[in-house]
Design a protein around this ligand. Structure first.
Ligand code: FE2
Length: 269
């Protein structure tokens, strides 16, 4: 399959942006979209971390402080937790830049003082991506400890695939320049939100994916009202191959965006 016939997240976003319609929320990320809309009212930029030809997210050493069997949770903070609150959001993609559903993310990090909890599970937790490949972690900005720049450890694993062990970094940290493990490809985007911080990072796993093609010529039998070139508003209903669908995001339909191919745009009614 050549690049022209791939239907990718990026392709959909580009087309939606070019057409001046709202890009599918599920493809942009709710938090990112909400942030951007609230602050600037402008169309958010494409998520920079996943492109059709992206290399997988680099591996990093595990370090000495990983512990298996962390609790499943998306928040590592409690009301009494000290430190600057940090919300990390992102997606897990495969090699075709399509989301990975039920990817495991196991995070661990130092507390505000730069210490790891090696007896319990403070600042340790695992979670799974949703059907859009999205995850959210509520934590704090980890403290510094000798010899390292500021970082968050994570293991990421698509179902049935090898584990990616890596670390995420903060921009504009003085120690980034002197930490021999630091890798700029693993920098999160970080912004202030009041007294808290919001970070984003998208993982690309070495997972083969077969994206739907744009060469769909005819729908299956059973009746079809969907048509390429039609502008559909959110809530619009169509039939495709005898199945009824509801439009999730306004867009102008294009070949390759048939309802069964683009769950971000259509769901079954
Ligand atoms: Fe560490």
């Amino acid at each position: 399959m050549d690049e022209e016939t791939k239907l990718s997240r990026k392709t959909v976003l580009r087309a939606a942006l070019a057409a001046g319609v709202a890009a599918p929320v599920a493809l942009l990320g709710g938090p990112a979209l909400a942030r951007t809309a609230a602050t600037s009212g402008q169309v958010p930029a494409l998520t920079p971390s996943c492109h059709d030809d992206d290399d997988p997210t680099p591996e990093q050493i595990e370090g000495p402080y990983f512990k298996p069997n962390s609790p499943e949770r998306t928040s590592l903070v409690t009301p009494g937790t000290q430190g600057t609150r940090l919300t990390l959001t992102g997606y897990v993609f495969g090699l075709a830049c399509l989301p990975v559903d039920r990817a495991l993310l196991d995070f661990w990090q130092a507390d505000v003082n730069g210490a790891y909890d090696n007896t319990g599970y403070t600042f340790r937790g695992h979670q799974y991506t949703n059907a859009q490949g999205a995850f959210t972690l509520s934590t704090i900005v980890p403290g510094l400890y000798p010899g390292r720049t500021r970082h968050i450890h994570v293991k990421v694993q698509a179902p049935g695939r090898p584990i990616l062990t890596t670390q995420l970094y903060f921009p504009n940290e003085p120690r980034n320049n002197t930490d021999s493990i630091f890798d700029a490809r693993l920098l999160m985007t970080v912004r202030d939100n009041g007294s808290a911080k919001e970070a984003a990072f998208d993982f690309v796993l070495n997972v083969p994916q077969n994206p739907p093609t744009t060469t769909v010529t005819s729908p299956p039998p059973g009746g079809t009202t969907w048509a390429a070139g039609t502008a559909y508003a959110a809530g619009a209903r169509v039939t495709y191959g005898g199945r009824d669908y509801v439009c999730l995001q306004g867009h102008t339909a294009q070949p390759g965006w048939e309802p069964p191919n683009v769950p971000a745009l259509w769901r079954t009614a």
